[in-house]
Design a protein around this ligand. Structure first.
Ligand SMILES: [Zn+2]
Length: 389
């Protein structure tokens, strides 16, 4: 891979700058020679009134903006490999798309700034690292450079590595904030379209259903010109989840719905009963993990571990141990209630507290509470054998 360093002024870079409001993309610079956002780049996420303003402040104060990387694609044409956010911020400012506050707190667009300040910005020099090489080399390198600003997340990196028709189409569906479905999806998936988190969930679900990784799936489908399978599978998962759990609850967000779909979509459920169960468990003060409620219900309320049910506190265990041990010693039997009624050598064994666990006399799932009246100590073997039901 060949590399060279070159300085450009801001005026050169923003010549012919075009910003696409609809897609949130900076498109061109350097009088059309520079493609600012190639398809493997993420969306513009500096437009938050802080990072974009900070870029302009840095220019006015003469602070360096850090290295920017261009990929030389053909004679005299380049695309931004890293620095798209910074260049887009500068381009948007110099075309009057947002304002900054001056030292008096007054809002100033580029055009209302005094001439000398406009000149400072336009004359600022940007240091550009040009590179030329095979697509694979460039992408590998892009993956390893430590990117300034907001670090790329895993899916943004994958989109860069596997760029092509498939990624372009997948992004148009899953990474498009103006897709009205994103509202519905966000009940189940945590994150945003811009940062590729819906796309990542969709890919992870379909890939897992085929025993593949996201990378493997993307590599295999890289040159597909449709996303039918991806979209159908995603729609099946979301459709199933919203059908089974008719009330949207905040704890649903971020669950592995793809795995739940695979495990449970063939089981029939009554949405009315499910809805009542969700309500009951959400109100149960012993349930510590509200996120586990949904799988617990799908699994017919067997696996209490999913709920991280509140356990007995230390004082309760100590008191119960002391009482049980004193009674056992008096009777000459084991202080484990189950060992005591057994027939082996342990039937008169006095266990140390560290070798025993607290157990619900009446199981929590049958309404038993985690207070002292419902606590008994069992040796670890018997407690495990009794299970978590
Ligand atoms: Zn025992």
């Amino acid at each position: 891979m060949e590399t060279r360093l070159q300085k450009y002024t801001v005026a050169e870079i923003v010549a012919g700058f075009v910003f696409n409001e609809f897609e949130g993309k900076g498109l061109y610079g350097l009088s059309g020679k520079l493609t600012i956002q190639p398809e493997y780049q993420r969306h513009y996420i500096y437009g938050d009134g802080k990072k974009d303003v900070a870029v302009i402040d840095s220019l006015l104060k003469g602070y360096p903006l850090g290295l920017i990387y261009f990929n030389d694609t053909s004679d005299d044409r380049f695309e931004v490999l890293d620095g798209q956010q910074r260049i887009t911020s500068i381009g948007r400012f110099t075309t009057g798309k947002f304002a900054i506050r001056d030292e008096h707190g007054t809002e100033q667009s580029f055009f209302s700034l005094p001439d000398d300040k406009q000149k400072i910005i336009m004359d600022s020099e940007l240091l550009i690292y040009h590179c030329r090489g095979e697509e694979s080399q460039i992408k590998e390198w892009f993956k390893t450079i430590n990117i300034a600003g907001v670090p790329l997340n895993d899916q943004e990196l994958r989109n860069a590595i596997f760029s092509g028709k498939f990624v372009t189409r997948a992004k148009a569906e899953f990474s498009n904030s103006s897709n009205a479905n994103t509202q519905k999806w966000s009940a189940y998936i945590k994150g945003s379209a811009k940062r590729q988190e819906f796309l990542e969930a969709a890919l992870s679900w379909v890939a897992a259903s085929k025993g593949q990784t996201i990378d493997g799936y993307m590599a295999k489908h890289r040159h597909d010109d449709n996303i039918t399978e991806l979209k159908n599978y995603f729609d099946s998962v979301i459709g199933w989840a919203s059908g089974v759990f008719s009330d949207v609850k905040r704890e649903m967000q971020g669950l592995d719905w793809g795995r739940l779909y695979e495990e449970y979509h063939k089981t029939p459920y009554s949405p009315t009963e499910i809805s009542a169960a969700v309500q009951r468990l959400r109100e149960d003060p012993y349930v510590k993990d509200g996120k586990g409620i949904f799988e617990y219900i799908l699994g017919e309320e067997v696996d209490c571990k999913l709920l991280n049910v509140r356990v007995f506190d230390e004082a309760t265990k100590r008191t119960t141990y002391a009482k049980q041990t004193a009674e056992a010693k008096e009777k000459g039997i084991s202080n484990c209630l189950l060992c005591a009624i057994g027939h082996d050598a342990n039937k008169s064994k006095i266990w140390d507290q560290k070798d025993m666990d607290a157990d619900h006399v009446t199981a929590w799932s049958k309404g038993g509470s985690s207070d002292i009246a419902n606590c008994q100590m069992l040796c670890k073997t018997h407690n495990r054998a009794k299970g978590n039901r």
